[in-house]
Write a protein that binds this ligand. Structure first.
Ligand code: ADP
Ligand code: MG
Length: 355
């Protein structure tokens, strides 16, 4: 069923992703309601309606869901009880509970990738100190990560030698964790794709990501990767999306290893920072694609129109808006955040070159 223009799309979460989704939805003639736990967020200021409530306030969530034709969850760390509650209200909740539960837990996520035929680094579940000692002996140097609630490199500790194990385990305060073997990757890449309820699938071009201090700094598209690596990435994401029976846009991050080996790192069941270039460099942007998929519309063309380089404006970087605004091949996007903090994503810009 195609949701008609004039319908109301509800978005859970009020940050920059919600803002950009709301803008894309408005362009297709939808009304947008935002539900967020704080007033005056970036998304609320471009939406026609805004609800403020806690993400575990089930009464407020029920009222919100009743006021819209479809609910879209903008961030994957929504409490599990909230996701289950929303799913119990009806089928028009995206992403569904399986995709949310999988993306919320690094251990389930990596197992899910492997079950989908997609390789990852070697890993082990960590519940006790002895698990970490055994995992370090088996896998060598690696990264201890909390299973849940990590993002932008938070909740991660590198382990280089056996003497690091005790302190690393203590640092996570007993939270359920995963130990991952260190991947000596050549590059990091991500692939953004969309799937509809009918099973139609379309991927954007593979892009390359440069992180600094665990935070995405730049994305370059296309990635410097052989065509067969790029097509394996597409097939990997297709397999994951199929197995999740996924509807909407999803992003999978990869490590490009020596010898053309491709390992999946993590996924986001939503639009992703590494796909912001699509608003300037693709025929359909990831935000519109997401709205199209969840609204039951046909997917838009994912054709890349230019060579692009997207850079995040983190913290004080946002002060360069004047000079960016003067550059003819730059597309500037500011999120309207009221306060600036070091490392906070304040905006991004995309440089565009002819193909
Ligand atoms: N197993 C690994 N081997 C090498 N580098 C890693 C590994 N896991 C994560 N990293 C590095 O840390 C970054 C952040 O880790 P990631 O698992 O993507 O968590 P986040 O949710 O914080 O993005 C990755 O982009 C990569 O640069
Ligand atoms: Mg990541």
């Amino acid at each position: 069923m195609m949701l008609a223009p004039g319908s109301r799309i509800g978005i859970l979460g009020g940050g920059q992703l919600g803002r950009m989704l709301a803008m894309a939805a408005a362009r297709l003639g939808f009304d947008v309601s935002i539900y967020n736990d704080a007033p005056d967020g970036p998304a609320s200021r471009v939406a026609s309606e805004s609800h403020v409530g806690a993400f575990d306030d089930l009464d407020a969530l029920r009222d919100f869901a009743a006021s819209v034709d479809l609910v879209k969850v903008e961030f994957e760390n929504v409490p599990a009880a909230t996701a289950a509650f929303l799913a119990s209200l009806g089928p028009l909740i995206r992403p569904g509970p399986l995709a949310l539960a999988t993306a919320q837990d690094r251990l389930l996520e990596k197992r899910f990738f492997n079950e989908s035929g997609v390789p990852t680094v070697a890993f082990a579940p960590i519940a006790a100190r002895a698990d970490l000692e055994a995992a370090f002996s088996a896998l060598g140097a690696g990264i201890l990560k909390t299973r849940r609630n990590g993002y932008d490199g938070r909740g991660q500790i590198r382990i280089r030698e056996a003497s690091d194990v005790g302190a690393a385990f203590d640092a996570l305060g007993g939270a359920p964790a995963i130990y991952e073997q260190l991947a000596p990757f050549e590059r990091e890449a991500s692939l953004i794709a969309a799937r509809t309820a009918d099973g139609a699938f379309a991927a954007f071009d593979l892009c390359e990501n440069i992180h600094e201090d665990g935070i995405l700094r730049r994305t370059v598209c296309p990635a410097m990767a052989p065509a067969d690596v790029a097509s394996r990435a597409v097939e990997a994401v297709r397999a994951i999306a199929e197995r999740l029976d996924y509807v909407g846009v999803l992003c999978v991050e990869f490590f490009l290893m020596p010898g053309g080996v491709l390992l999946a790192n993590e996924m986001a069941p939503r639009v992703h920072n590494s796909g912001h270039w699509t608003e300037a460099g693709a025929q359909t942007c990831q935000f519109e694609q997401h709205i199209r998929a969840v609204a039951g519309w046909p997917l838009g063309a994912t054709t890349r129109l230019a060579r692009v380089e997207m850079e995040n404006l983190l913290g004080a970087d946002v002060g360069s808006w004047r000079s960016l605004a003067e550059q003819s091949n730059v597309r500037l996007h500011l999120y309207g955040k009221r306060t600036m903090r070091e490392g906070r994503k304040m905006g991004h810009f995309t440089r565009i070159w002819p193909r």
